[in-house]
Write a protein that binds this ligand. Structure first.
Ligand code: SF4
Length: 371
């Protein structure tokens, strides 16, 4: 099983951020930890562990003290168990991760992987994004993370207004040059309601965005990174097992405000506010729950499968329902001929070109499956 822990506080809100997060205070941070520990404890003695992957995300988990993270992990171990060899990831932002001793202490807690929210090494780009760190801190944080000997991933943003192809090349080459084994490269989007969405700044054209994407894929693959998911690249053995579990549709439990759980065909979302999350942990408020109908579950499997290098396993789906795989392959013909998907008679996956049109292709494949 998989465990996700959401620590929803940040130094301040980045201009593009639509995640559930609020401004950090020590009191709120302590309250979040108390509630999560109590919430995890409610799952004890149910025989559902151990956790094979744990992902502590946010928010900015590096704003919490090491002893607080240790408390959360100890609670998970006590209630569910943590499997030998489990992957344990902690997200971190450069400025807070650089606090003396913070990263160096993570290994002793059983953390195996640090995911650093760098986004760019360029001061001007970081200021535009509203990030609380500068380029020098980003470099220093990646160096310090690599020096811990833990697996290190770096998040970067492309498709950023005002950032040229040359600047993007410099950012990505900078991360690879610092020796990380994993990079997550997300296309920046204007999420409704964010300050960025209200900014009239001109965005990169489709051609510019496409050039950044294609260069990124080629550059990383030439340097031994496998493009194993739309936005994720890993050196051999460095793929994120936790996220692979999501994309393969495995069950997971989510702890913390706004965290989502999917368990045995049910999905529920914890309340987003700290007050309501507290009521939920006490049993006075139910989380928002839904049952996943077979149709919705299939759509999700297709969407998540298409994000990955393995694609969506059509043969298994067809076999379970007595459907015709050859007929599916024939219906895919125009997408194959346009070079947007690859069909090997068993699975369908997006080509590199198709990745830029992922949503439209996914909708088309849903149509074929539901005919
Ligand atoms: S650090 Fe991450 S979660 Fe926090 S405000 Fe910035 S983008 Fe959002």
């Amino acid at each position: 099983m998989q465990v996700y822990v959401h620590l929803p506080l940040c130094r301040r809100k980045c201009r593009y951020c639509a995640f559930t997060s609020w401004e950090f205070s020590s009191e709120a941070a302590a309250r979040v930890v108390d509630l999560i520990v109590a919430h995890v404890g409610r799952w004890s003695a149910q025989g559902i562990g151990p956790a094979h992957t744990i992902y502590i995300g946010g928010g900015t988990p590096s704003m919490w003290e090491v002893r607080q993270l240790a408390r959360i992990l100890a609670a998970v171990d006590q209630a569910l168990g943590i499997a030998v060899g489990a992957e344990v990831t902690v997200e971190a932002n450069p400025e807070s991760a650089l606090r003396p001793g913070w990263m160096a202490a993570l290994g002793d807690l059983g953390v195996t992987r640090i995911s650093l929210g760098v986004q760019s090494f360029d001061d001007q780009t970081l200021a535009f994004l509203g990030r609380p760190h500068d380029g020098a801190q980003a470099v220093a944080a990646v160096q310090a993370a690599v020096a811990t000997g833990l697996a290190v991933s770096v998040d970067l943003l492309w498709n950023v207004p005002g950032v040229s192809l040359a600047q993007w090349q410099q950012d990505l080459a900078g991360a690879v040059g610092l020796g990380v084994g994993h990079v997550s490269c997300y296309a920046l989007t204007a999420e409704p309601g964010t300050p960025l969405a209200a900014d009239p700044v001109p965005w990169p054209s489709e051609d510019e965005a496409s050039a950044q994407f294609h260069w990124m894929c080629q550059f990383l693959e030439e340097r031994g990174f496998m493009h194993y998911e739309l936005a994720n690249f890993a050196r051999p053995g460095a793929a994120c097992r936790h996220n692979l579990g999501y994309w393969r549709g495995e069950d997971y439990l989510g702890f913390g405000p706004a965290a989502v759980s999917t368990w045995q065909g049910r999905r529920w979302t914890n309340p987003a506010s700290l007050e309501d999350y507290g009521l939920m942990v006490e049993g006075a408020l139910a989380p928002k729950a839904e049952s996943l109908s077979p149709a919705v579950a299939l759509r999700e499997r297709v969407m998540l499968g298409l994000r990955t290098r393995d694609g969506f396993d059509v043969a298994s789906w067809a076999c379970g329902l007595g459907r015709d795989v050859a007929g599916f392959g024939a219906a895919l013909g125009p997408l194959v001929q346009a070079g947007l998907v690859v069909w090997d008679g068993i699975s369908v996956r997006l080509s590199r070109q198709g990745m830029l049109l992922g949503n439209a292709i996914c909708a088309h494949i849903w149509d074929i499956l539901e005919r």
